[in-house]
Design a protein around this ligand. Structure first.
Ligand code: 3HC
Length: 295
């Protein structure tokens, strides 16, 4: 099945990025948010990205106008009734996700595919609120931040996901101009299972004063060709997110490498959550990383 009409629930950083890519790929995109203010903020983020593209001469005005027409907002689940695919991108709280999926299951057609963009919860945990006929059409679709730039999407199958659904999702990811990999429905999937212990290790190195934050980041950036060093990337992801992903992984595997270092806990407790609060390992001026802060 070719995905033509897609619903996105949640228009935060990830939801708006997914909506942007789908609208650019020619899909009719319906974004559902909880209230007018959140919806306006999410849509403004997407329009802002396109407007900056036009200002830089990277996007034609006619192209931007066409993409804008592909993008619609709503506050009501029933507006998503005709969607071929709905991707949920709301906060990582199972209770909220279960409520959302129960609503979606009620309003969507029988052939619609339901996906979660969760980065840490099990996809199969959503199954109990779905009708049995929907289970073969439930999967994970895990995007990476910033979604418009990062070329990977992990596709997560549960034991019930069928081959047609996986083929449709692979086609959809390709339509977005991205590459998919199949990942197991296990905590962290593939990327976070490998990435998170590395980032936590970098924090332990900072804690042990192995090197300054800047030197740790410069070492990995220039020594290994990474686009960002590990502390910079942790600030970029959000230190509260890092802590909660670490907790899920440590609960699941019990291995010390997944344990949130005490420095991470202290930064989170101090409200230094990284880019989103203007300070973490670094001070941030909006999107721009500034000097390292005392630890
Ligand atoms: N949205 C849209 N476009 C963006 C963007 C954003 N938020 N941030 C940067 N870009 C675009 C810029 O416009 C620019 O485009 P252009 O070359 O066409 O002009 C291009 O990306 C490069 O941007 P910059 O020159 O400003 O900066 P960099 O070259 O440093 O690239 C970066 C920025 C793409 C964020 C790069 O540093 C990077 O790839 N960092 C690593 C990000 C990463 O690892 N993400 C995964 C996090 S883990 C995750 O998401 C999983 C979750 O479950 C925790």
């Amino acid at each position: 099945m070719d995905i033509q009409r897609i619903g996105i629930v949640g228009c935060g950083l990830m939801g708006s990025g997914i909506a942007q890519c789908a609208a650019e790929a020619g899909c009719q995109v319906w974004v559902k948010e909880a209230d007018e203010a959140l919806l306006a903020k999410g849509l403004a983020r997407i329009h802002g990205a396109w407007d900056r593209g036009v200002a830089k001469g990277k996007i034609q005005e006619a192209q931007r106008n066409e993409w804008r027409q592909n993008l619609h907002g709503t506050l009501a689940f029933p507006t998503l009734a005709e969607c071929d695919l709905v991707v949920e991108a709301i906060p990582e709280r199972l209770d909220l996700k279960l409520q959302t999926f129960a609503e979606l299951d009620r309003v969507l057609g029988v052939s619609a595919i339901l996906c979660t963009n969760t980065s840490s919860l099990s996809v199969a945990q959503i199954s109990p609120v779905l009708a049995p006929h929907r289970l073969p059409r439930l999967a994970g679709l895990h995007f990476f931040n910033p979604v418009p730039v990062m070329p990977l999407v992990e596709i997560i199958r549960t034991l019930a996901t069928d081959e047609d659904t996986l083929a449709t999702l692979r086609g959809f990811v390709q339509k977005l101009g991205k590459t998919s990999v199949m990942a197991p429905d296990a905590p962290g999937f593939v990327v976070n299972r490998l990435l998170v212990p590395y980032l936590l290790d970098a924090m332990r190195c900072a804690e042990q004063r192995l090197a300054t934050a800047e030197d740790l980041d410069t070492a990995m950036k220039l020594g290994c060709g990474h686009p960002m060093g590990p502390l910079h990337l942790s600030d970029f992801i959000g230190l509260d997110t890092m802590q909660s992903v670490a907790e899920v992984l440590f609960d699941a595997f019990g291995e010390p490498r997944f344990k949130a270092p005490s420095l991470l806990r202290q930064l989170v407790a101090a409200g230094r959550l990284g880019r989103k609060t203007g300070s973490g390992f670094y001070r941030w001026d909006g999107e721009k990383r500034m000097e390292a802060l005392p630890l």
